[in-house]
Design a protein around this ligand. Sequence first.
Ligand code: DGP
Length: 117
Amino acid sequence: MPEETIFSKIIRKEIPSDIVYQDDLVTAFRDISPQAPVHVLIVPNHLIPSVNDVTDDDEAVMGRMMNVARIIAEQEGITESGYRLIVNCGPDGHQDVMHLHMHILGGRDMGFMLSRP
Ligand code: DGP
């Protein structure tokens, strides 16, 4: 069994967070360290550590995450201005929390897709 992270406690509301959406499959809450005026994380309610651990059985929840990104964009008023969705995976992707999550970032021009060192 993979080890739970802080996100499982957020999903179960055992610790405080700013949850903006929750249903039977996913939870969305504001990032503790926002990188943009809108920075929300969308996570599956059951623990999937990373994209590397996604299975055929997870297709419904993966689809729900994308649909909820659209709903949150509407809630946050950034549908027309646009936004960026990011899913980090593994060391090179700089995934820090091993509970698969999608970042939705917006409310300002997000710039080029990748920094150019
Ligand atoms: P990543 O690098 O893709 O694994 O991003 C993890 C994000 O999770 C990072 O932007 C900060 C956020 N985060 C970490 N711990 C907490 C927490 O306890 N609460 C909230 N709301 N966000 C957290």
